[in-house]
Ligand binder design. Structure first.
Ligand code: ADP
Length: 476
């Protein structure tokens, strides 16, 4: 592609030039010749008619002498660059602008036929064998008393027409050359605006095709080319980012699966080879069971995430009372709270508050958020769950006064497997998948989740859900 597009354009350009010259040399040339011949003949015929009606008529009426007419003819002939004859209908030369006619030596135009020109009013040729070189000749009748007394014939060398046509054609050629040179501007535009950008885009696509998704390029233009380059560059950056994410994801999964597996393997081997005596097998089987639970939790989390991204927006939406759900979730955490000496405070708007969402998935969101809030809280602290209604949205907030999330981690906690350094001491069983699942679910609903957190003070997760119209029915 590199060379051909440019060559094709140059080829088209040369073709334009060649055709331009051919058209000028053929069509334009013949049209100009035809036009020039007709125009000159018309002028000559008008002149001949004028002479026929004035000097020649006077001559035939004997109002003027032959000498004076010949003088007049000579001066007009010189002026026109033509030869003017006055002929009798029989072809006898009466007067000529070339040389005075000798009345004693009669000169005849043999075979003179005034009708030879037909409708064209002019003939091109040697005028009945009178000239060596071709002439353009016109003949106008001299009339008097309702009959033709003679003819005024004007002859102009045909070479003069050819010369004038050639001069005109030369101007046309010159114009064509100027036009051709001016159209070079198009070539320059093509090179600068299409060819060069296209080459850069091609180079970039070659790099991307070769797998170098980190290749960066941009075009300084705001037209379609610039837009194409920007889109391409953006697409490559996105693919590169996804590739990196994928790699990170696989590395994280491997790591998270490997540590429980290593520990299970270690304990089982130790039990089999007797390093751990049978009396205390039960204790270690408990540890193994814990690790297996962790693996199950991990697998379930991954499956949940996968289902969410695969099914996308396939939600089972219906109207349900979010306040009731929150009460239920709080109850299910009672035992955990007791162990951690934590309390859950509910600040709910109204008795029942209906939202339109996927009940099962929102329950999972609440469960994950409350679970985190308890996990990352200090002893004797309070976790507050609040519902508020604003316009057509219901906002649900889960707030704790726990360890908080450092500012630099706040963006990443939504990523799969991400755990803050701060939390590692508090929670060893976490998978780092909970918040990714939460965000996927909220996004699938077309809603948002936000975090407000200060390290060492606490965190608040707030998400929105669409308000159900059922609330209005209940109010009425
Ligand atoms: P995990 O299973 O580890 O809880 P999550 O995706 O739910 O996974 O959370 C990711 C990380 O975000 C946690 O490991 C923790 O570091 C941080 N985090 C989440 N919720 C809180 C919270 N309420 N307070 C402090 N840190 C939190």
């Amino acid at each position: 592609m590199k060379k051909t597009l440019y060559l094709k354009f140059i080829f088209a350009y040369l073709l334009f030039a060649v055709f331009g010259f051919i058209v000028v040399a053929t069509f334009v040339s013949s049209m100009t010749t035809e036009y020039e011949r007709r125009e000159t003949a018309d002028d000559m015929y008008r002149e001949a008619t004028l002479i026929a009606n004035t000097y020649a008529a006077d001559l035939y009426n004997s109002e003027t002498s032959l000498d004076s007419v010949q003088r007049q003819l000579r001066s007009i002939g010189t002026f026109l660059g033509a030869e003017i004859w006055i002929l009798n209908p029989s072809g006898r030369m009466v007067a000529s602008s070339a040389e005075p006619v000798d009345p004693s030596a009669e000169l005849y135009v043999e075979g003179f036929d005034p009708g030879a020109a037909g409708d064209a009013q002019y003939v091109v040729g040697d005028f009945f064998g009178q000239f060596d070189a071709p002439q353009l000749s016109v003949s106008a009748p001299i009339t008097g008393g309702y009959r033709i007394k003679g003819y005024v014939c004007i002859h102009m060398p045909y070479s003069r027409i050819v010369k004038s046509v050639n001069s005109l054609l030369n101007i046309s050629y010159l114009e064509l050359v100027v036009l051709f040179l001016l159209s070079l501007i198009i070539l320059i535009f093509f090179t600068e605006m299409i060819y060069r950008p296209l080459r850069r885009i091609t180079t970039a696509t070659e790099q991307y095709a070769a797998g170098n998704m980190h290749y960066r390029f941009s075009l300084d233009s705001e037209d379609e080319m610039g837009y194409l380059a920007a889109s391409l560059s953006y697409m490559a950056a996105e693919i590169a980012r996804q590739e990196d994410d994928q790699k990170k994801f696989i590395a994280n999964i491997s790591h998270d699966f490997r540590s429980p597996l290593t520990s299970i393997k270690g304990f089982l081997e130790a039990m089999l080879d007797g390093t751990i005596p049978p009396e205390i097998h039960e204790k270690y089987l408990g540890v193994v069971l814990n690790e297996t639970n962790r693996l199950t939790k991990l697998t379930n989390g991954l499956l949940a995430l996968n289902n969410l991204s695969a099914s996308g927006l396939l939600l089972n939406r219906r109207d349900f009372d979010i306040n009731r759900m929150i009460r239920g979730v709080a109850e299910s955490f009672e035992q955990t709270c007791r162990l951690r000496r934590a309390a859950i405070e509910l600040v709910l708007t109204g008795e029942a508050l209906y939202v339109n969402a996927d009940e099962e998935r929102i329950q999972q969101v609440l469960y994950n958020l409350v679970d985190n809030a308890i996990k990352f809280s200090h002893h004797d602290s309070v976790i507050r769950i609040e519902t508020t209604e604003k316009h057509s949205k219901i906002f649900i907030s889960v707030k704790d006064s726990g360890i908080g999330i450092p500012k630099e981690d706040q963006k990443q906690i939504w990523e799969r497997f991400y755990k803050t350094d701060l939390s590692r001491g508090k929670d060893k069983t976490g998978t780092g998948l909970g918040l990714s699942i939460v965000r996927e679910i909220i996004r699938a609903h077309g809603e948002n989740i936000n975090l407000i957190s200060t390290e060492g003070v606490g965190s608040e997760f707030i998400f929105s859900l669409p308000r159900s119209a059922k609330n209005d029915e209940l109010e009425d």
